[in-house]
Design a protein around this ligand. Structure first.
Ligand code: BGC
Length: 767
C-alpha cells in the first residue's frame, strides 16, 4: 500500500512537473507575442539582422579593429539604437580573446541593448566548433572528424558539454556548430569539420553534440548550455568540383538518403538553429530555395527554431550567384524562401532598409517577418537572455579544468587510428633511438586545424604553447639522448598563407641513418573554406620526396599522418613500416600519439571515411556494385574498381579480436517486428583493447541499385586480453530502408545480408 501511495505521489509530481514545463513553454510564447505586438517594423527587421563584431569596433571594420578591441560609439549606436540589430557574431580581428575580455565585450554590448526602447538583449554567436576555440586558455578538443574516428558517441557528448560550459563562461550563448555535412568527398576543404562519410555515424554523433550543447528539454536556460546551430543545410559538402562554394548537382533521392538523416535526427533532438548551405544545388542558390528552407526544413521536418544565413550569403545572391539584380531583390528572395536572420555581416544598413521597404511595398508579407522574429525572440527567451544576459568567468570554476582536459585527451587517444604495423614494429620501447621529422612534427597549429584561435588556425603557435607537439610529447616519454628532431620540411609563412619549404632537409636524411626508427610526421597545415581548396589530393610533392629519401636510409619509418582530409599516400605507403592516422587531434594529440607509440594506450580508432589510394578514385564505401556484381564483364581488373588505400571502418589494434556466433533471432520479419542480432567477440591477443563492432546490411535486390553495404549499428566495447563479450543489436524495417527514385523512404520485400566483421547472416523482410 505504502508503495502504491508513493508511486502515485511520484506520478502526480511527474505530471505536475511536465505540466509546469508545458506551461513554461506557453509562457514563453505569450511573452514573445506580447513583445512582438509592441515592435515597429524597423525593430522587427533589426532582430533579423546579424553583424560581425568588427563592424562596431574602432578601426577598419573588415577584420581590422584596433587591438585591444575598442567599441566605436558611433558605430554601436548606429547598429543598436538606430537599426535595432539583434545579433552579433565572431571575434575581433580574427583573434582569440581571454574569457574576461569576452565578458567585458558582451557586457558592453548588452548594456547598449538595454538602452534601446524595448531592451531586447543581443544574441551573440560564435564558431566554437571543437571547444571554445576563440577563447584563450580554453579546452580544445579534437575536431569532429577525429571524434568520429573514436566511434564512441560519449566523446562527442563530452566535447559539446565542455564547449558549451566554456563558451557560456565567456558570455556567448550561441554556437555555430555542429557541422552535419556528409564527408563524402575528401577533396572538400571542410571534410574535417564533419563526422565523415557515413550518415548513421553522423546521426549518432550529431545527436550527442546537441545533448551536450543544449542539455535536455529546455535546459539551454541553464548558464552552462548554448544553443546549437546545425550547418550547413543542406548537402553543402559535395560540390562537383570538390571546391568550396561551387555548384553541386544532386538528385533529391540522394539528398534524402545520405545528406538529410543527420539533420533530421538533430532537429528531433531539439536543435535550436540551422545555418544554410552557402552554395548552389542543381543551379539554385540554397539561400533562395523555398523548397529546401520552408517546405523541407520548416514544414516537413517541423523545425521551429531560427534559420540563419551563412556569411554574406544574401549579398551573394546578387554579387556571386547573379540570381538577383540588386541587393533588394536578393533580400526579398532569401526572406521569402524562409530565412529568419541574415548574417549580413557588415553592410546591415542596406539589408535593413531594403527589407523594411519590401514589407511596405507588399513584396514580403509582415506575417513572414513576424514568423522570423518570433523564432528569434523565442530563442532569446529560452536562453534566459532577458533575465540574465551576462555571465562571469569567475562562476565557472571548471573552465579549462583537469577534468575537461582529461576528456579532450581521452577523445584524441581513442581516435588515433593504426593503419599499418608491419612486423609489429609498434609499440616501440623507451630506449629506441628516434629521429622525429616532417613538417607536422613540431607544430601545434597542425594538431588543431582550422577554426582554432583564428579562422584559418594560424595562431596556434602563439596561444597553445603550454601543450605538446608530437615531438615534445615523444621527448617527454623518453630522453633527449634518444630523441632527435630535424624538420626536413617546414610550413613557412608567406604573407597571407604559407608554403612548404625544405628545412635542414639533408641533415634529416643523414640523421635517419643513425637512429633505430624514424617517426615521420606528414600531412597538412591548417585551413578551412576557400583557402583550403586543393588542386591535387596527393600528399604534396615535397613531403612525398622526403618520405622516399628518408626511407632510403634503410631504417624503419613510422609514418604519422596529421591531416584534415585523407591525402593520397599510395606512392610512399610501400616504404612505410607503420602508418598512424591522427587526423586533427587538438591540443592533447601530441600526448595521445606518444602514449600509443610507446604502448601505454592501445589504438582503437577506425577510419570514418574511405581513404582513397588515388585522387581519381574517390568512391565511398557505400558505392554500387560489389566485386561479384561488377557491371563490367569478364575477369579483368579495371582501374575503376573499388580499391581504396583503406576502407571505411578500418583500423588495427595491438591486440587481435575474433568474431564468432553471429545469430539473428528471426529469419523472416515484417514491418512491426524487430530482429535481434548477436555476435561474440574475443580478445585473442596480448593487450587489453577496445573494439568497434559494426553491423552492416546489404539489400540483395532493390528497385534502385542497392549500396554494396550500409552501416546500420555500431558499438565500441572494451575487452581485457582473453575476454569474450556478446554484443546485441536490434534492427527493424526502417533500419534497412532506402529512398527510392520517387523520394519515398521504403523497405522493399526480399533478402538482406547482415554482416559483422567476417561473418554474415541472411534475413528476409516480407510485408
Ligand atoms: C562559414 C560558417 C561559419 C560562418 C561564421 C562562414 O564562412 O561557412 O560555417 O559559421 O562563416 O563564422
Amino acid at each position: 500500500m505504502k508503495k502504491i501511495k508513493s508511486l502515485s505521489l511520484l506520478l502526480v509530481s511527474v505530471t505536475l512537473l511536465f505540466n509546469s514545463c508545458k506551461n513554461e513553454k506557453s509562457e514563453i510564447d505569450k511573452k514573445v507575442d506580447r513583445l512582438l505586438s509592441q515592435m515597429t517594423l524597423e525593430e522587427k527587421v533589426g532582430q533579423m539582422t546579424q553583424i560581425t563584431l568588427d563592424a562596431i569596433g574602432n578601426g577598419e571594420s573588415v577584420f581590422a579593429s584596433k587591438i585591444p578591441f575598442e567599441f566605436d560609439s558611433t558605430r554601436i549606436n548606429n547598429a543598436l539604437q538606430k537599426y535595432y540589430v539583434g545579433s552579433i557574431l565572431n571575434t575581433t580581428n580574427n583573434y582569440a580573446l581571454p574569457p574576461s575580455q569576452w565578458n567585458e565585450i558582451i557586457s558592453k554590448i548588452q548594456a547598449a541593448a538595454q538602452k534601446t526602447r524595448l531592451k531586447i538583449p543581443i544574441i551573440y554567436g560564435i564558431d566554437a566548433i571543437h571547444g571554445s576555440t576563440y577563447t584563450v586558455g580554453s579546452t580544445i578538443f579534437p575536431q569532429q572528424i577525429t571524434l568520429a574516428a573514436t566511434f564512441n558517441p560519449q566523446n562527442a557528448y563530452n566535447m559539446a558539454n565542455v564547449c558549451a560550459y566554456e563558451t557560456r563562461a565567456c558570455g556567448i550563448p550561441w554556437n555555430f556548430s555542429p557541422v552535419l555535412d556528409l564527408g563524402a568527398d575528401p577533396r572538400f576543404s571542410r571534410q574535417f569539420e564533419g563526422f565523415g562519410e557515413d550518415p548513421l555515424l553522423g546521426k549518432v554523433m550529431g545527436e550527442q553534440i546537441i545533448k551536450g550543447y543544449e542539455g535536455k528539454g529546455d535546459s539551454i536556460i541553464e548558464s552552462t548550455k548554448v544553443a546549437s546551430c546545425l550547418k550547413h543545410f543542406l548537402a553543402y559538402s559535395v560540390p562537383n568540383s570538390g571546391k568550396d562554394r561551387t555548384p553541386a548537382y544532386i538528385p533529391e533521392h540522394v539528398i534524402r538518403e545520405y545528406h538529410l538523416p543527420q539533420f533530421k535526427a538533430a532537429i528531433d533532438a531539439g536543435a535550436e538553429s540551422v545555418m544554410i548551405n552557402s552554395g548552389l544545388i542543381n543551379g539554385v542558390s540554397v539561400h533562395a530555395n523555398h523548397d529546401i528552407i520552408t517546405k523541407l526544413l520548416k514544414e516537413e521536418l517541423g523545425f521551429e527554431g531560427v534559420v540563419v544565413t551563412d556569411w554574406m550569403d544574401i549579398i551573394n545572391l546578387q554579387k556571386r550567384d547573379k540570381i538577383a539584380a540588386n541587393n533588394k531583390e536578393a533580400v526579398k528572395m532569401a526572406i521569402n524562401a524562409g530565412i529568419d536572420m541574415s548574417m549580413v555581416p557588415y553592410d546591415y544598413v542596406s539589408f535593413c532598409d531594403d527589407l523594411v521597404a519590401l514589407v511596405n511595398e507588399g513584396e514580403v508579407k509582415e506575417s513572414r517577418i513576424d514568423d522570423a522574429v518570433r523564432r528569434i525572440l523565442k530563442l532569446k527567451f529560452k536562453l534566459g537572455l532577458f533575465d540574465k544576459p551576462l555571465t562571469n568567468i569567475n562562476d565557472y570554476p571548471d573552465f579549462a579544468s583537469a577534468k575537461h582536459e582529461k576528456m579532450a585527451y581521452q577523445a584524441a587517444s581513442e581516435a588515433i587510428t593504426l593503419l599499418k604495423n608491419e612486423g609489429a614494429i609498434l609499440p616501440i620501447s623507451k630506449s629506441t633511438k628516434i629521429l622525429v621529422t616532417g613538417p607536422n612534427a613540431n607544430s601545434m597549429r597542425s594538431l588543431n586545424g582550422g577554426w582554432s584561435y583564428s579562422w584559418q588556425g594560424d595562431k596556434a603557435e602563439q596561444f597553445a604553447t603550454k601543450y605538446n607537439t608530437f615531438y615534445e610529447a615523444i621527448l617527454q616519454k623518453s630522453s633527449s639522448k634518444n630523441i632527435k628532431h630535424i624538420p626536413g620540411v617546414s610550413y613557412i609563412e608567406t604573407g597571407k598563407y604559407f608554403e612548404e619549404k625544405e628545412n635542414k632537409y639533408n641533415e634529416a636524411i643523414i640523421a635517419a641513418r643513425n637512429v633505430d626508427v624514424v617517426i615521420l610526421c606528414l600531412g597538412e597545415n591548417t585551413y578551412t573554406e576557400k583557402p583550403g581548396d586543393l588542386n591535387d589530393l596527393n600528399l604534396s610533392a615535397l613531403q612525398t620526396k622526403l618520405a622516399i629519401d628518408i626511407a632510403k636510409s634503410g631504417k624503419p619509418v613510422i609514418l604519422v599522418l596529421n591531416e584534415g582530409r585523407p591525402r593520397c599516400i599510395s606512392t610512399i605507403e610501400p616504404y612505410m613500416k607503420a602508418i598512424v592516422q591522427t587526423y586533427l587531434p587538438g591540443n592533447y594529440g601530441g600526448n595521445a600519439l606518444a602514449d600509443i607509440l610507446y604502448g601505454d594506450v592501445n589504438p582503437s580508432g577506425k577510419l570514418p571515411y574511405t581513404y582513397p589510394a588515388y585522387p581519381n578514385s574517390i568512391v565511398n564505401y557505400y558505392h554500387k556494385f560489389s566485386e561479384e556484381q561488377k557491371p563490367s564483364e569478364g575477369a579483368y581488373k579495371y582501374e575503376s574498381d573499388y580499391n581504396p588505400q583503406y576502407e571505411f571502418g578500418y583500423g588495427l589494434s595491438y591486440t587481435t579480436f575474433e568474431y564468432s556466433n553471429l545469430k539473428a533471432d528471426k529469419e523472416l520479419f515484417a514491418d512491426n517486428q524487430t530482429v535481434t542480432v548477436s555476435v561474440s567477440i574475443k580478445n585473442t591477443g596480448m593487450f587489453d583493447g577496445k573494439e568497434t563492432v559494426m553491423l552492416y546490411s546489404s539489400d540483395k535486390v532493390a528497385s534502385i541499385s542497392p549500396d554494396v553495404k550500409r552501416l546500420r549499428k555500431f558499438e565500441k566495447i572494451f575487452l581485457k586480453k582473453g575476454e569474450t563479450k556478446t554484443v546485441q543489436f536490434t534492427i527493424n524495417a526502417s533500419d534497412l530502408a532506402f529512398v527510392n527514385q520517387y523520394n519515398q523512404t521504403i523497405t522493399e520485400n526480399g533478402e538482406f545480408e547482415l554482416r559483422i566483421a567476417n561473418l554474415s547472416k541472411q534475413i528476409f523482410f516480407e510485408n
